[in-house]
Structure formats: structure tokens, C-alpha cells
Design a protein around this ligand. Sequence first.
Ligand code: 4AD
Ligand code: MG
Length: 431
Amino acid sequence: MSRIYIEQLHEVAGQQVTLHGWLYNKRSSGKIRFLVMRDGTGFVQGVIAKGAVSEEVFARFDELTQESAFTMTGTVRAEKRSPGGFELDVTDLTILHIAHEYPITPKEHGTDFLMDRRHLWLRSSRQHAILRVRHQVIKSIREFFDGRGFTLVDAPIFTPAACEGTSTLFETKYFDLGSAYLTQSGQLYGEAGAMAFGKVYVFGPTFRAEKSKTRRHLTEFWMVEPEVAFNDLSDNMDLAEAMLEHVVQSCLKDRAAELKLLERNTAMLENVKAPLPRITYDEAVEILHKNGIAFEWGNDLGGTDETVVSQQFDRPVMVHRYPAEVKAFYMKRDPQNPKVALAVDVLAPEGYGEIIGGSQREDDFDALLGRIKEHNLPQSAFDWYLDLRRYGSVPHAGFGLGIERTVSWICGLDHLREAIPFPRMIYRLTP
Ligand code: 4AD
Ligand code: MG
């Protein structure tokens, strides 16, 4: 027998079914008892009328505590007033487990209290909705790349060297080989993949020993990183905007109920359609100056700067050609102006800041070797990477999209910590 889930009730209206789940809440009104069951796919109210069930069943209702596990059998009835559209006229109840007093109650709890109980907090409707959107984001990203002939290439997590600067490296002992570092980005391996398969994406967890306690930083986060041989910066931006459109529109279409539960105003999300505005770093600096910000050319855009720039647009904006000095060693310089790198950041609207960072890569052996030396990176750890510029080097480009930043923006969250099931931050390693 296949199990019926709450989200399938519309398929079995009028029929008798048995549902398995947990008690969300219950109340009594005269001779009627109401209980709300959740089963992970939705919520449904069961209605128990005195007289319609045995005394034992009535007594079992009294025993049930919040989050107790039970089954309920009854007839599925369409009910316009109920959020899921259906109710169950209960004829039988069985108790599977009586829960201890549940720590998370409908009253307001502080974030630390809830984060300490993250393993339980995941059951509440808001967290449930956020993580369903996260699943949709990941699923639609895979759909997008798989549908365009990209090959998935997994990058290692233990790596011999830094990729995104040495200040945020997690170091760990590695047998007789000395130190290993948790990967900050799978990009360098993605580049090897692109030379082997043409177009690839790397998708996995990445690590940054971020010492800052901001709402935009985790120490462990997920990133998808496409990399394409023969693409230049402009092709890279075309790819990023097409992917963003696909992801956001897919969430609006398939996760409308979750976004509604989160009370997300979706007006700005509806606008996420190619083409997205593209401005240079120089133009971004002009915007900052016009808005009275004393910003010096050559600095990286900070969180507030990003917000001011993105406020000029009603959809994500791509900022390209940053000063090479503030960007990574592997980025190609603009042949028209070697002071700037062929880099692009995508800034989300509504103050969410950078969600994508990418670039065209340095494909010239000597230039790349020079950059590795300038950045004081250990040359021996990069010898394999230099091989990609020894054997059939071609222009290529790619980017990284942070999953949690994207989920946070789509859901309208005020902190990244709710966008991942079990967040890791400078001050949090549990549960
Ligand atoms: O801009 P980043 O550092 O770029 C790279 O790692 C490149 N190697 C990507 C590439 O070209 N293949 O990081 C890319 C994205 C950021 O835009 C942001 O969305 C996310 O990763 N990110 C973080 N998300 C959460 N917590 C952090 N500490 C993050 N650092 C970066
Ligand atoms: Mg970046």
C-alpha cells in the first residue's frame, strides 16, 4: 500500500485515508475536538466529533502533546476555509509516540534559543518554507546547467592552497603531507574541467574562515560555479543573467505558497528577466559620488556601497571591470585598461548585496605565473593549474553563485543563517 501524504489529499477527496504525522496543535470546542497534523508535506486539520468515535479515541486525543507522533484515519472533506483546502473527519487515532514537553511553542523565542534547537526548529512552518525554496533554488540551478549540456565536475574539499586569498583559510593537518586547506572555491578545478569538457559546473560546500560576524557571511556555504571554455566576460554575464532568470522565475512559479507564507513581496523578483543592467565599476563609483558617498577609486565596494548602487535599479545589477588590485590573482586584466580586471559581481536588489562573483580568467602562462608570485602564493601548489596554460590555453570564464545569499534574497530573510539547514558561523558549531 502506498502511503498518502497531506499534499496529495486533493487526489483522494471523499475517500477514507490514514495519515502519518506529528501534532502541530489542538483545541476543543464543545463536543468537537480539532487537531492539526503536519507530515512534512503540509498541514491538515482533523475534526473529531463526540459520538462519531469511541471513548478510547477521544481519550487518545487528550493524551497527545505537541509534536507527538500519531496516525489518524478518516474521510477527506473539501473545506474552502482551510489553508490546504481539505479537512479530515476523523474516525480513528493511534498514538505512535508521546512527545516530551516541546521547547518551541507558538510564543516568541529569541534567535539564539531557536538556533540552539535548530534540529527541532526545522519543523516550524517558516523554516520549512525557507528550506523548500532552497531546494527549489538548487534544483533549478541543476536543471539550468543540465539542460544546456554542462557536465557536473566535483571539486575536492581538501586542497593544497588558497584560491580566494590567504586570510580566510581553514587549515587542517594532512597525514605526512603537512597541511591541507578546506576549499574556498572549486573554481580552479572547474577550469581543468572546462578544458576537458568545454562547459562544466562545480557544485558543493565551500569554506571561509570569515572573522566577521555579519548577516552575509557563513564559514561554510554552498556555491555553484560554472566554467566555460572560449567564453569571455560578456558571454559570462549572459550566462549569469540567464541562470538568475531561470532560478528566480522557477521559485515564483513552483514555490508561490512558500513565498506567500514568508510574506515575501515578490514585485522585484518578478523583474528578474534578462537582460539585466550592466554598469562598470567606474559608473558605480559615479553613482556613489552622486549619492554623497566619499568613495575612493581603487577600493572594493563595501556592503553599504553595494546597497546604494543596487538601489538605483529595480532588478539585480551587474558591475564589471573592478580594479585588479582588489580582485583575485586568476582574473584577466582588461587589455584596454590593465588597471581593471575582467571581473563581474552581480548585486541583488533590496540591500542583499553581492550574490555572484566571477571573471574571465588569465589564460596567458607568463602573466598568470607573475600574478601567483605577486600574491606570494606557493608556486609548487599551483603547478598543475599552470599546466592548463601550458597545454591548449584558451580564453575562458566562469562565476560563483552563493546559494545562501540567493535563498536569503529570494525569501526576504534578514540573516543568512536561516537559509541553510545547519549554519556554521564563527560563534556557532552546533547542533
Ligand atoms: O566572490 P567569491 O569569493 O568568488 C569566488 O569564490 C570565485 N572563485 C567564484 C568563481 O568565479 N567560480 O564568492 C562567490 C559567491 C559570492 O558572490 C557570495 O554569493 C558567496 O559566494 N559567498 C559567500 N556566501 C556566504 N558566506 C560567505 N562567507 C561567502 N563568501 C562568498
Ligand atoms: Mg566576491
